[in-house]
Design a protein around this ligand. Structure first.
Ligand SMILES: Cc1ncc(C[n+]2csc(CCOP(=O)(O)OP(=O)(O)O)c2C)c(N)n1
Ligand SMILES: [Mg+2]
Length: 191
């Protein structure tokens, strides 16, 4: 089982001008713990929003790498979006799913990935060509390379340990997060 904090820290290390969409719950905390950045868009409570938001961003900003970092619960909720990711196939989109097989943030209730659902296969069935499930450190190194530099869309499902990590909370003011993200992404002041 992989450690989610370590994996996200490595994924976002020396990130260049990459834009990051953090799915609700613990993925927000992992991205914040890796180093807050105005180019992180934290979705906080918006369940099911990470993949569609990252897809829209990747289509709107085709010259920027867009990295979605989200959980299995969030990805299951918007599973239909994989078909649009497959159809649009933005080369700059990468999706990293931290699959702890739990709704970790709300107390660890098991999700369907603990009961046979396979998010990498679901993405592949949606037409995403480069998908993988990652269980070992060696596979993780390859996956990080693909997520950072491989032709997108990329989907990697990281099987991470179910234990929660210490709290690490990003700013909670939604309008502030939206404004600072737009300013940083577009290089203009957004009032
Ligand atoms: C529509 C909706 N239902 C339920 C919730 C409550 N909720 C907040 S975080 C979360 C669990 C998210 O699970 P996952 O995406 O797997 O992230 P994890 O915390 O396990 O890393 C839930 C159910 C919500 N915010 N929105
Ligand atoms: Mg989860």
């Amino acid at each position: 089982m992989l450690n989610r904090r370590d994996a996200v820290r490595r994924l976002l290390d020396d990130r260049g001008d990459m834009l990051v969409v953090a799915g609700l719950g613990q993925p927000c905390f992992d991205c914040f713990a890796a180093g807050d950045d105005p180019r992180n868009f934290y979705l906080w409570g918006a369940m099911g929003g990470a993949v569609p938001t990252g897809l829209g961003l990747a289509l709107a900003q085709p010259d920027r790498r867009v990295m979605v970092v989200t959980g299995d619960g969030d990805a299951l909720m918007s599973a239909g979006a994989f078909a649009t990711v497959g159809a649009e196939a933005p080369e700059n989109l990468a999706i990293c799913i931290l699959d702890n097989e739990r709704y970790g943030e709300t107390g660890g209730q098991v999700t369907h990935t603990a009961r046979g659902a396979d998010l990498a296969l679901m993405a592949a069935a949606g037409g995403v060509r480069d998908t993988r499930t990652v269980r070992t450190e060696a596979e993780l190194a390859d996956a990080i390379g693909a997520l950072r530099n491989g032709a997108g869309p990329q989907v990697a499902v990281l099987k991470v340990a179910p234990e929660s990590e210490p709290g690490s909370l990003p700013p909670q003011d939604g309008p502030h997060l939206k404004r600072r993200f737009r300013s940083a992404a577009l290089g203009v002041e957004d009032k």
